[in-house]
Design a protein. Structure first.
Length: 397
């Protein structure tokens, strides 16, 4: 079956999460993604626990559908090989500290001169310019610096990081959008261009109204726990069986359904709850009413009652619940992948669904240098003897 990005050549020179996850989006939809790794050990995250059959689940999560080409990044001869690969690529994705690619003779100006159609996606903490460009950064650092950590958590608790690498993922998706946008522009101009996505800027884009509230109104957004900032009652409540449910009933129509569902129609006449604004101002009071009702029923009973009433509600799922979620399974979002060393394992599916040319998991994450020979032949036209010579001299592997 044809794929949407069939024929697109992508060079993935990145590591950790944001870069590899960006490249994997393109790979999932058919791009030929070559992951360039260092000799012998490959990317650092190959050693991350937990492991299955000696293979890191962390690495396998972000690197499916790719082929691996290994080389010695510090060897000038290997750097020349990297430039030759880039001369054949449509897209190059990297997330080294700014200046590293230039030190290897693989900066944007050099690669663009070799390949004017190249699109270079540069993912970094703070960008290639500015006073913080050289500062190291990870997801949690961007959460802290952006203010996201300050608005996350209980009102009386400490600033709290998100439970997953939300900034890495967001930056990866912005990088993917940038790559696809640049590809569309190339159809008009015939030329590639530089694309940047940064952790700090991605985090800042997720702050809802916090920036204009502070800058224009002088109002500082605070921590709200699981309570919605703009409507009520929307929060997490504990059921009689100890499980938790989240109920979202902040609009006027949803609030009317809620009070009918819990048998508290009289709350509609209470002036504290008459409007969306007044319910937010009296959130403690209305949540106490809802919480008292929820505490008398099991979580499943609450979800069923809310579902009957047409109110958004969910039991707070554990990971054990998630991997058995019938909706995710029905839409192929929990997939089984076969790895030559790790064996069969379950992972997330192809998130973006295309009706005519759906993506697919065609291959598991590669072993280090597993495809060096075939990539050299297909991309560069090298003979096996050329490869073996460079391998013997530890240029590639």
């Amino acid at each position: 079956m044809s794929t949407a990005l069939q024929g697109l050549k992508v060079l993935d020179v990145s590591r950790f999460i944001a870069g590899p996850f960006c490249a994997m989006q393109l790979a999932d939809h058919g791009a030929d993604v070559v992951k360039v790794e260092r000799l012998d050990s490959g990317e650092d995250t190959r050693e991350n626990e937990p492991k299955l059959g000696g293979q890191s689940l962390y690495f396998m999560t972000y690197n499916r559908n790719k082929r691996s080409f290994a080389l010695d990044f510090r060897n000038p001869e290997a750097q020349a090989v990297l430039r030759e690969l880039a001369s054949k690529a449509d897209v190059l994705i990297e997330n080294f500290r700014p200046g590293t690619m230039e030190q290897m003779g693989c900066g944007w100006e050099t690669l663009s001169a070799l390949n004017p159609r190249l699109i270079m996606v540069r993912i970094s903490g703070f960008g290639q310019t500015g006073p913080l460009a050289q500062r190291p950064c990870f997801d949690v650092i961007a959460q802290a610096m952006s203010g996201m950590m300050d608005i996350t958590g209980d009102p009386d608790g400490p600033p709290t990081m998100a439970g997953t690498f939300v900034i890495d993922y967001t930056t990866a998706l912005y990088g993917t959008i940038g790559a696809l946008t640049a590809l569309a522009a190339r159809q008009q101009t015939g030329r590639g261009q530089l694309v940047e996505a940064t952790l700090l800027e991605s985090a800042a884009s997720l702050l809802m109204t916090a920036i204009p509230e502070q800058a224009v109104l002088g109002k500082t957004m605070g921590r709200q726990g699981n309570r919605d900032r703009y409507t009520a009652p929307v929060n997490t409540f504990q059921a009689s069986d100890g499980a938790w449910v989240h109920i979202a009933s902040g609009t006027d129509p949803l609030f009317r359904r809620l009070v009918n569902a819990i048998g508290r129609e009289g709350l509609l006449q209470d002036p504290r709850f008459a409007t969306a604004k007044s319910r937010v101002e009296n959130a403690d009071a209305i949540e106490a009413e809802v919480g008292a009702w929820v505490s008398q029923h099991t979580a499943d009973a609450v979800v069923e009652a809310m579902d009957r009433a047409g109110i958004p509600c969910a039991k707070v799922a554990t990971m054990a619940d998630v991997v058995e979620n019938p909706q995710l399974k029905a839409r192929d979002q929990i997939l089984t992948v076969e790895h030559p060393r790790a064996g069969a394992y379950q992972t997330h599916g192809i998130t973006v669904t295309l009706g005519e040319m759906p993506g697919a998991v065609r291959r598991p994450a590669p072993l280090v240098g597993e495809h060096t020979y075939e990539i050299a032949a297909e991309w560069l036209g090298w003979s096996r003897e050329q490869c073996e010579d460079l391998m013997a001299r530890k240029v590639i592997g």
